[in-house]
Ligand binder design. Structure first.
Ligand SMILES: Cc1cc2nc3c(=O)[nH]c(=O)nc-3n(C[C@H](O)[C@H](O)[C@H](O)COP(=O)(O)OP(=O)(O)OC[C@H]3O[C@@H](n4cnc5c(N)ncnc54)[C@H](O)[C@@H]3O)c2cc1C
Length: 481
C-alpha cells in the first residue's frame, strides 16, 4: 500500500538531533513536521547502545531554548554530584570527586541516552502533537529526484509504504546517513562535499560491549554493601597482561531502579573477544573480578546475551564539508536539505561531545533561521558558513584532547597527563600567556570549537618556543662562561 503524505518538513532519524530539530522548528511556528524513526520507540533499550550522555552547557543551549533544562536536571545526576569509586583488584576502594572537571563551568547533567531521547519525545507528545508527527518503526529507504521536488520513500514494519515531497528535508540519521549518502551519489564527479573525510585517532577501532547489571547490585557478601545508582564505578581486573586485563566502567544513573550498565572497552585482539562459550566467559569474569560477588551480579542469560552480541567499535573521527543542498533554488517549488549531528560529524566518545555538538548544530540553525526570518535559501548557506570551521576544529580536538584514556598505552597516557598538568600549572601562573588543556577548554561552552582549537594551538606554539629557548640556553650558556 502506498500512502502519500502532506508534510512541510521531513526529518529522517528520531535520535537527539532529529527530535531536537522537530521541537525547535515547531517552536518557531513550523507545521506539518514528520519524523521518521526506524526504532520501535524513543526509549527503546538496546543493551550495546545503553551509554550515558553528559549534557553540558553547549547541549543545554537547545534544552534552554525548548525550556526543558529543569526537566533534564530532574532526570539526571548533576556533574556537581559526580563521585567515582575505584574498586581495585585487591578489593580496596577509593572514592573521589569527578576527575578533571573545570569547577567554574555550567553544571552538566548525566543521564542514559534512552531517558534523554524520551524527554524530547514526551515534550512532543504533551505539547506539539498538532505540529509534529513521529512515525516509529518507519525507515527511510530512498530519496528520489522527482521533477522539481525531492521524493522521500519510507516503509514501516508492517509493510506500509509512505511517500513525502516536503519543502525541507533534515538528515539526522546518524553515521550511515542515507540522506548524506544520497547527496554524495548525486554529487559524484562534481564534488566530494558529502563524502566523509576520515582522520586517525588512538581510540578509533577500540571494541566495546555493555554488560547489564541489576540495579543496586551487591559489592560484597555483606547484605547492605550495594552499589549506589548515582555513583560512577571503575572495577579493575586482577589480570596484568595487556591482552587479558580489563576494567568495568559504570556511569551514574539518577533512577535507583534502573539496571546498571558496565562498559567494556578494549583492543579488537583482546582475549575477551575470542571467548566462545558461556562457561569460558563466566570463568574469565570470575578470575578477573574475584573482589566482587559476580555470581550474584551477572545472570546466565546476561552472559549468553553478551556473548551473542556483536558489540560495536569506535569510529574514526570524520566529517563532511557539505551541510546543505537546495534543489531548484530559482523555483518556488525548491526543496532544501540540511544535515545535523552524526550524519555530518562522528567520532569516538573521548570528549563527550557527540550529543552536545549535535544539539549545538540544531541551536545554531535556530539562530540562523531567526536572523534570516526563516528564509531557507539564505539560512542554509549562512548556517554552513557559520558551522563548517567549527566542525573541522571539533574533529581535530577529538584527535588531540583525550584519546589515551582507555589504557591503550601507559606511556602515552603518562605523557598526556604531563602535558595536561603542565598546561594547567602554566595557565594558573601566567593566565595571559597560556591556556589550559583543550580537554578543559571544551567544558567552556561559550567558546566555539574553532576558538578552543586556536587557544590550544597557541599554547602548543608557545611551549615549543620555550622548549627550544631552554635547549639553546643550555647549549650556549656553558660555552659563554
Ligand atoms: C559507544 C558509544 C558511546 C557514546 N558515548 C557518548 C557520550 O558519552 N557522550 C556523547 O555526547 N556522545 C556519545 N556518543 C555519541 C552520540 O551517541 C552521538 O554523537 C549522538 O547520538 C548523535 O545524535 P544524532 O541524533 O545525530 O544521531 P543518532 O543518535 O545516531 O540518531 C540517529 C537516529 O536515526 C535513526 N535512523 C538512521 N537511519 C534511519 C533511516 N534510514 N530511517 C529512519 N531512521 C533512521 C536511528 O535509528 C537513530 O535513532 C557515543 C557513541 C557510541 C557509539
Amino acid at each position: 500500500m502506498d500512502n502519500y503524505h502532506q508534510s512541510n518538513v521531513v526529518i529522517i532519524g528520531g535520535g537527539p538531533a532529529g527530535l531536537g530539530t522537530a521541537l525547535m522548528l515547531a517552536k518557531r511556528g513550523y507545521k506539518e513536521i514528520t519524523v521518521l524513526e526506524k526504532r520501535p520507540s524513543a526509549d527503546y533499550y538496546e543493551p550495546d547502545k545503553s551509554f550515558s550522555y553528559q549534557i553540558d552547557g553547549r547541549g543545554q543551549k537547545l534544552t534552554d531554548l525548548l525550556e526543558l533544562t529543569a526537566k533534564l536536571a530532574s532526570l539526571s545526576v548533576p556533574s556537581t554530584d559526580f563521585y567515582f569509586t575505584l574498586i581495585k583488584k585487591d578489593g580496596s576502594r577509593k572514592t573521589s570527586k569527578l576527575p578533571i572537571a573545570d569547577s567554574s563551568r555550567k553544571t552538566a547533567y548525566w543521564l542514559p541516552r534512552a531517558s534523554f531521547v524520551q524527554l524530547f519525545y514526551d515534550e512532543i507528545a504533551e505539547n506539539w502533537q498538532d505540529s509534529i508527527r513521529v512515525l516509529f518503526q518507519t525507515q527511510c529507504s530512498e530519496i528520489q529526484q522527482n521533477g522539481a521536488r525531492l521524493k522521500i520513500i519510507a516503509c514501516s514494519e508492517d509493510g506500509t509504504q509512505f511517500t513525502f515531497t516536503p519543502k525541507l528535508i533534515v538528515g539526522c540519521d546518524g553515521l550511515n546517513s542515507i540522506v548524506r549518502q544520497t547527496l554524495h551519489q548525486w554529487e559524484k564527479g562534481k564534488s566530494h562535499r558529502f563524502e566523509m573525510q576520515q582522520f586517525d585517532s588512538p581510540s578509533a577501532g577500540l571494541k566495546y560491549k555493555v554488560l547489564t547489571l541489576p540495579p543496586q547490585f551487591p559489592l560484597s557478601e555483606q547484605e547492605e554493601d550495594r552499589a549506589e545508582s548515582t555513583m560512577a564505578y571503575g572495577i579493575r581486573s586482577t589480570f596484568k597482561e595487556r591482552s587479558k586485563s580489563i576494567s568495568l566502567g559504570l556511569l551514574p544513573f539518577q533512577n535507583p531502579q534502573q539496571p546498571r550498565t558496565a562498559n567494556i572497552i578494549t583492543y579488537p585482539d583482546h582475549q575477551i573477544w575470542q571467548i566462545e562459550t558461556p562457561e569460558a566467559l563466566t570463568n574469565y569474569f570470575q578470575q578477573a573480578f574475584p573482589q566482587i560477588p559476580l555470581e550474584k551480579i551477572i545472570s546466565a542469560s546476561e552472559i549468553a546475551r553478551f556473548l551473542a552480541s556483536d558489540g560495536g567499535s569506535f569510529p574514526l573521527p570524520q566529517y563532511c564539508s557539505g551541510l546543505y543542498q537546495i534543489w531548484n533554488q530559482t523555483n518556488d517549488r525548491a526543496t532544501a536539505v540540511i544535515l545535523f549531528g552524526d550524519a555530518v560529524h562522528c567520532f569516538p566518545p573521548d570528549i563527550g561531545q557527540g550529543v552536545n555538538s549535535a544539539l549545538e548544530d540544531v541551536y545554531l540553525f535556530h539562530e540562523t533561521l531567526a536572523e534570516t526570518k526563516d528564509k531557507l535559501s539564505q539560512a542554509l548557506p549562512r548556517y554552513q558558513n557559520l558551522r563548517q570551521a567549527d566542525i573541522k576544529a571539533l574533529i581535530r580536538l577529538v584527535q588531540i584532547s583525550y584519546p589515551w584514556q582507555y589504557n591503550q598505552n601507559p606511556l602515552q597516557k603518562r605523557l598526556w597527563s604531563i602535558n595536561f598538568f603542565l598546561r594547567l600549572l602554566l595557565n594558573r601562573l601566567f593566565p595571559f600567556l597560556f591556556d589550559p588543556h583543550s580537554f578543559l577548554l571544551i567544558q567552556q561552552h561559550e567558546l566555539s570549537y574553532s576558538e578552543i582549537l586556536a587557544k590550544s594551538d597557541r599554547t602548543t606554539r608557545l611551549l615549543v618556543i620555550f622548549l627550544v629557548a631552554i635547549v639553546l640556553a643550555l647549549l650556549l650558556v656553558p660555552k659563554i662562561i
